[in-house]
Design a protein around this ligand. Structure first.
Ligand SMILES: Nc1ncnc2c1ncn2[C@@H]1O[C@H](COP(=O)(O)OP(=O)(O)OP(=O)(O)O)[C@@H](O)[C@H]1O
Length: 609
């Protein structure tokens, strides 16, 4: 979805959205806001009345007792109102905070469950970051919007009361206030539109800065940063992006400054006219001092209520732009079918035939297809190896088979049916996988293998760990299966080596026991003995399942029923290890190169591996 120049949702729709959310989850919020507004406006009105009322008592020479009574009465009212306000503020802030956290989980759900191609889309990634920023603290728009709505209500109540108070004055004065108010609002609205239209620029800068921040704090980059002296590069890029970002911020500030200047001019004009009129009334009609003070304070206060409404509506509008971004992120189109797709119940022994029917694939924004017209049937129960040089398209082919990507041309079929019609989550349930870029959870060994907190089958976990060759390692851990892994969350967590983590991922794939097994370089981080051990077990692990196996170590492919050799996005050779060697093509050439390095001078290539 490309960013439109206009926000998808206007302010009213966004306020409606927030009210709807609160009605479903924290229904008290709007009522508490309303009560806060009434109490705050009540306090201001009491403050307005107190001095003229006391002055009036003096003017009419009232007895001291009634003077004291008036002061005590107003003091008590103010005390009550301010006490109530402090209490309401505490109560409402908890609910507002909880609602904001709920909105954070909505974004993280979207990111975790969105169609996979969206995760490769930088625009979506930037949008998610912006949406998370809009929920990150109580001052963020998703929470601060309630304070703004409360302020608007406060100002409206004050406006109404003051309007009633001033209704006896000349209507032209009210017209002046109305016109200046409207002019100010329209102007600030226009400026806010400019900010919204330039938000993509801000997204880009923030995305780059966040990337640099993440990279410099990410432990996995720590070695490269030191060895390759990446810090100067990071500093240079940071300075360059910061310069551009600051230019943009200056421009934005200049636009906001214009709002303030125009607002100031309008306020001075409004107040000036109002005061001139009141002074004229005092001089010509002998307005008493207490009334003069009341009207004088009311006019000044009235313009403040109006300015308050104006300011807060502008602020609401700004917050609404962020809320619109938040909602647009949630609305980001899904290219895959999920709950609206056909269900696909699976069992571990379900036969799965995956067929590529004239499949081509081009990554978004790429100029060329990565895969060209692939026709391939991966038979149920077949062990298929995919080999080829870097960038040949092996991972892309596996991504298509797993349903992470949909072909740009052609179809991927499961047992003869186009996979696009299925609930994609059901389709994913068919796969057990070990990917190159695996993800270990900061959780216990058992949770990592079972990928759940409750209902873990411990016997099965042990069995899978054993198959992956981790029994000894787990036995040596302080709390066995319950040992926490990783140190980002658990200070006393255990760090595994690359090879141990890869074995753990293998155990995880075995625990899931999907009918299709995908192994994308599963032995890359293993030592030769471990690698040999895994190969020995490979037949057992894949028994009865369809399996896809990417490897750069061609010796491992001998365990497979068929080998595909991919070059430049096309299947150029396929067959068994022996038949491909006999054919003397690209595969045989690659094998010869590898064999040479494994055992120089050995005439028997196969023995050499
Ligand atoms: N997200 C992406 N966007 C654009 N192009 C991509 C993307 N991912 C991969 N490519 C391109 O697609 C081509 C094939 O990549 P792929 O990862 O499928 O190759 P591979 O055979 O698995 O390589 P390797 O052996 O290095 O893992 C490469 O030219 C790569 O630049």
């Amino acid at each position: 979805m490309k960013q439109s120049q206009k926000p998808t949702y206007n302010t009213l729709q966004n306020v409606g959205y927030m009210l709807g959310l609160s009605r479903r989850h924290y229904p008290s919020i709007p009522y508490l806001c309303l009560a806060m507004a009434a109490v705050t406006a009540g306090g201001s009105i009491a403050q307005l009345l107190i001095v003229p009322a006391v002055l009036r008592q003096v003017e009419v020479h009232a007895p001291l007792a009634s003077l004291v009574t008036a002061i005590v009465f107003f003091g008590a009212v103010l005390f009550l109102l301010y006490g109530l306000k402090a209490y309401l503020k505490e109560v409402v802030s908890t609910s507002r905070g909880n609602l904001r956290l709920l909105m954070v989980t909505k974004i993280s759900d979207k990111m975790a469950r969105t169609s996979f191609p969206n995760t490769l889309d930088t625009e979506f990634e930037n949008r998610v970051e912006r949406a998370l920023v809009s929920c990150q603290s109580p001052a963020s728009p998703t929470e601060a919007v309630w304070a703004t709505l409360t302020d608007i209500l406060t100002n409206l109540i004050g406006f109404g009361v003051y309007l009633a108070l001033l209704s006896g004055l000349h209507p032209l004065l009210l017209a002046v206030v109305a016109v200046t108010t409207l002019a100010g609002y329209l102007f600030s609205h226009r400026i806010n539109q400019w900010v919204y239209q330039h938000r993509k620029e801000e997204d880009t800068y923030q995305g780059r800065l966040n990337y640099l921040l993440r990279t410099s704090t990410d432990r996995s980059y720590a070695k490269d940063i030191r060895i390759f002296g990446l810090k100067p590069w990071m500093d240079a890029v940071w300075s360059k992006v910061m310069r551009l970002y600051q230019d943009y911020l200056r421009q934005r500030q200049l636009h906001y400054l214009w709002i303030d200047v125009i607002d100031l001019v309008l306020t001075v004009a409004r107040d000036g006219i109002a005061y001139a009129y009141l002074i004229w009334l005092a001089l010509t009609e002998g307005l008493p001092a207490s009334q003069f003070l009341l009207y004088f304070s009311a006019v000044s206060g009235f313009t403040q209520w109006v300015a308050g409404i104006l300011d807060k509506i502008s602020e609401l509008h700004r917050q609404s732009l962020e809320l619109s971004l938040f909602r647009e992120t949630l609305d980001w189109p899904e290219t895959f079918r999920f709950e609206d797709g056909k269900p696909l119940p699976s069992t571990p022994d379900m036969p799965c035939e995956i067929r590529f029917d004239h499949v081509s694939y081009r990554y978004p924004e790429a100029e060329q297809d990565t895969l060209h017209d692939i026709c391939l049937t991966i038979h149920a129960g077949e062990k298929l190896a995919i080999v080829g040089l870097n960038g040949a398209g092996k991972t892309t082919l596996v991504r298509l088979a797993c349903g992470f990507l949909d072909p740009t041309q052609g179809r991927v079929l499961l047992n003869g049916q186009d996979i696009r019609q299925y609930n994609r989550r059901d389709y994913y349930a068919l796969f057990s996988a070990v990917f190159q870029d695996f993800s270990m959870l900061e959780a216990s060994v058992a949770e990592n293998v079972a990928q759940r907190v409750e209902g873990i089958d411990t016997d099965r976990v042990r069995q899978c760990l054993d198959q992956a060759g981790l029994t000894e390692m787990v036995r040596s851990l302080p709390q066995g299966l319950d040992t926490k892994l990783g140190r980002k969350v658990h200070e006393d967590g255990t760090e595994l080596s690359g090879g141990q983590t890869q074995r753990l991922m293998l155990a995880r794939a075995l625990y899931k026991n999907g009918p299709v097994l995908v192994l994308d370089e599963p032995t890359a981080a293993l030592d030769p003995i471990a690698e040999d051990d895994i190969y020995q077990k490979y037949n057992r692990m894949t028994a009865g399942r369809t399996s896809l196996f990417i490897s750069h170590r061609l010796a491992s492919t001998r365990f497979c029923d068929r080998i595909l050799f991919i070059e430049h996005g096309r299947i150029t050779e396929q067959g068994t290890h022996e038949s491909l060697l006999a054919a003397g093509g690209g595969y045989a050439g690659l094998f010869a190169v590898q064999s040479k390095y494994y055992q120089e001078g050995d005439s028997e290539d196969e023995q050499a591996i």
